[in-house]
Write a protein that binds this ligand. Structure first.
Ligand code: BGC
Length: 766
């Protein structure tokens, strides 16, 4: 079955259209284009074209000038607008808001890698036309965005006028009332050059403070003859291409618009490169489309997750996976923003979302992307060291809570910078990468250093008290409880980080380069011993009376927020209550202690985890889309299958059903990664540990089966789960041992499969 997601474009209202701008965006990890209407809209719209990592520095006013508070932030810029195409049939301008729209449907084809909008329109003067718009952000040539437009007059012959725009000076979208969006709509680009190369128009613009250049080169292919010309407007620094052609009833006219985007972060000669990129693809749409198909065929072949017996879940899961593929940066300048490349929510910032929620997906399906994401973190390690010094630390690296190029961009430090766990989360992803790939070179050259520097941060942040190592005045993942002592998750994360830093350094001692590495980073055995002592002495809060892990030292002393009597319209709470008010109650925005149970297996007994789970379940609002997926995974692991399914169901369609009412600002990439994890790490019981790979699956009641492919240590596998058995097949790679439902199985040759009955008996291998 083709992997396809389809929606009608009706109703033509602002809410629906702006949501579709996000859902039908096109991206390829380098550039992203919102699914706005070529012809424009009568509503407010976020008409964005973005480049991963392309940003300017903008002021972030602090009301009080306290020492060390950041006063500038990086913001992803809307980089250009080359989407606009206006069409006139015999002088009547095509618009969904005039005449009559008879039919309009939007499709995302996840095998072809294109979006399509198919409209049948009757002009105010009675002329019927069918318009099919297709868009593609090329995976094979990441600088290329292509639009196709097919126009078929249905009841007339006449003339078609085309106006196709290229704007270099564009604004970002702003909403001063929503803390999750930028507040100022100022144009941060200035003209930096214009040229015509034959019929290719090239415009360059430069950012105000970072001095970065973005170039767009645009050209058209029109499969019909007519007068065509570009005009350039110097004041607006924009260009318009106009054409006028005849239309014959029933005959389709086809326009192809190519945009090449380049930037000076990656290129020394972005204008030349934009032209070269454009020339390389122009006139070759069939080849580009084939390359897109091939890229996706390879992706699905190694990564697909198929859900049997529930088409809606199957489509939603594929949609999530496709969005993750679209969103991930593939070089060290760009990672995965909280909204991917689909919108301006959170101003294009990268958070811990990448490492804790999306990383498992990339690791299992595209380890090269996982590696590149960690290389990005390695690249900003110097900035993280500097950030630690700003906060008064004498050693170690504190990764910024939100950033693009390494600068701390969170203005409100209690629920931003104070989330020190991000450094531990990045370290955690490094260990997962190691367990998932065994990439020794990466660990020597980059991974060990990240582990060491983040571990040092804990030594410098924490202190010994009463024989235990404590970490005070930090914020855990739950943003409704800030600046606390001994956040359970943070301490657990720090403990893991410290242990892995030492374990890795010890392992490197057999390597020839160890001496130079240790000298460069001034590693001593004394410091490693200090780390082990801190990890062993780490205080993990436990409440004897309730038999649970408190979220922090003071958490259980606070009154419990009355969720049952909170009006529905007051959610999410963060938009309706002062932060301090929230901090004084037991109320959680998202999984915190429960997240520790997922990430650090074995940290508590099943009884403690179950009691804690039920405790936090009662006081968690899931106002963050990062929450229910984790409640699902931990429920799976604790054998609470109904809950696991319930939370998964709640999480899976967060964007498709717009359950958080802000999909218009961009997709929730962490939620999408979390949904994949809920299926793989939750239902399939997939775990990576120093002991190897293990699986402990169950089948959700609403599915008849599911199967997925993944990569582990250079081997490709397929795992299939039905109600009667599960089957693991080694598709490619060296012999391996995998633990399934508690028992080890050996795979010797590609094609080897092990079938294990779901009741755990009578297994057999072939
Ligand atoms: C969540 C954070 C998350 C951020 C970006 C917030 O609502 O509380 O955990 O990192 O969104 O997705």
């Amino acid at each position: 079955m083709p992997r396809m997601y389809r929606e009608s474009q009706f109703p033509l209202d602002e809410e629906h259209l702006s949501r579709q701008e996000t859902l039908f965006h096109n991206a390829n990890g380098y550039l992203g284009v919102r699914g706005t209407l070529e012809e424009g809209t009568c509503y407010k719209s976020m008409r964005g074209m973005y480049i991963n990592g392309f940003h300017d520095i903008v002021p972030m006013k602090q009301a009080e000038k306290l020492c060390g508070l950041v006063e500038d932030k990086e913001a992803m810029l809307n980089a250009a607008d080359t989407q606009t195409i206006m069409l006139r049939v015999d002088g009547e301008l095509f618009s969904l808001f005039s005449g009559e729209v008879e039919d309009v449907e939007r499709t995302l084809d996840m095998d072809e890698g294109i979006t399509e909008r198919d409209v049948t329109w009757r002009s105010p003067g009675g002329k019927r036309i069918r318009l099919v718009f297709r868009r593609m952000a090329s995976f094979a040539r990441p600088h290329i965005f292509v639009q196709e437009c097919e126009i078929t007059p249905l009841n007339f012959s006449g003339r078609l006028g085309i106006e196709s725009w290229q704007k270099a000076l564009v604004n970002n979208y702003a909403d001063a009332d929503d803390p999750r969006l930028g507040a100022d709509a100022v144009c941060r680009l200035t003209p930096a050059g214009q040229a015509m190369a034959g019929d290719i128009s090239l415009l360059s613009a430069q950012t105000l403070r970072t001095g970065l250049t973005v170039c767009t080169a645009v050209a058209h292919d029109l499969i019909a003859s007519g007068a065509e010309r570009w005009t350039y407007d110097e004041v607006a620094h924009s260009a318009v291409w106009r054409a006028e052609i005849p239309l014959s009833e029933g005959q389709t006219v086809r326009l192809i618009k190519y945009t090449a985007m380049t930037d000076s972060i990656r290129s020394a000669v972005p204008a030349e490169d934009a032209l070269a990129e454009l020339r390389a693809v122009r006139g070759r749409l069939p080849e580009l489309r084939q390359a897109q198909r091939d890229y996706l065929a390879r992706f699905w072949d190694r990564a697909d997750l198929e859900i049997l017996g529930c088409e809606a879940d199957d489509t939603a899961m594929r949609f999530n996976m496709y969005q993750l593929l679209q969103s991930a940066g593939r070089d060290r300048y760009g990672a995965v923003a909280a909204k991917g490349l689909s919108g301006e929510g959170y101003e294009g910032h990268y958070f811990w979302d990448t490492e804790m929620y999306m990383f498992p997906f990339y690791l299992l399906t595209s380890p090269d992307i996982a590696r590149s994401l960690l290389l990005y973190r390695y690249g900003i390690l110097p900035a993280a060291r500097e950030n630690a010094r700003r906060l008064g630390h004498r050693r170690g690296a504190l990764y910024p809570w939100r950033t693009i190029a390494g600068r701390e961009c969170s203005g409100y430090f209690p629920s931003g910078t104070a989330q020190y766990h991000i450094s531990g989360d990045i370290a955690y992803a490094v260990t997962q990468y190691w367990l998932g790939t065994g990439d020794e070179t990466f660990m020597r050259e980059y991974g060990a250093e990240i582990l060491l520097e983040t571990a040092r941060l804990w030594l410098d942040t924490g202190h010994w008290h009463g024989g235990r190592f404590m970490i005070h005045d930090v914020t855990g993942p739950d943003e409704y409880t800030c600046l606390v002592n001994n956040n359970y998750y943070t301490n657990a994360c720090a403990q893991y980080n410290l242990r892995w830093a030492v374990r890795t350094a010890e392992r490197l001692k057999t390597w020839d380069g160890y001496g130079a590495w240790a000298a460069r980073l001034r590693v001593t055995d004394g410091e490693l011993a200090e780390m082990i002592a801190a990890a062993d002495g780490m205080y993990l809060p436990f409440d004897e009376a309730l038999g649970i892990n408190p979220q922090d030292d003071a958490f259980l002393q606070k009154p419990v927020w009355n969720l049952a009597e909170t009006p529905r319209e007051n959610f999410p709470l963060l938009l309706h209550y002062h932060p301090l008010h929230l901090y004084r109650y037991q109320v959680c925005k998202q999984a915190d202690t429960v997240l520790a149970y997922y990430a650090f297996e074995g940290i508590a007994t099943p009884e403690v985890m179950r009691r804690s789970y039920e405790y936090y379940e009662r006081i968690t609002t899931h106002d963050s889309s990062l929450s229910t997926c984790i409640f699902s995974i931990v429920a799976s692991r604790l054998g609470m299958r109904k809950k696991a399914e319930h939370y998964f169901g709640d999480s899976l369609r967060a964007d498709l059903a717009d359950t958080h009412h802000n999909t218009r600002d961009g997709i929730h990439t962490a939620n999408m990664g979390g949904n994949y994890m809920a299926a793989v790490n939750g239902f399939a019981g997939f775990r990576l540990s120093p002991d190897g790979l293990s699986m402990d699956p169950f089948l959700p009641a609403r599915w008849s089966g599911f199967r997925f492919r993944f990569i582990w240590q250079d081997r490709r596998f397929e795992f299939e789960i039905t109600s009667e058995f599960c089957v693991l097949t080694l598709l490619q790679g060296e012999p391996a041992t995998v633990r399934i439902r508690g028992k080890e199985h050996r795979f010797r040759l590609p094609g080897d499969k092990v079938t294990v009955p779901m009741d755990g008996e009578d297994e057999h291998s072939t």
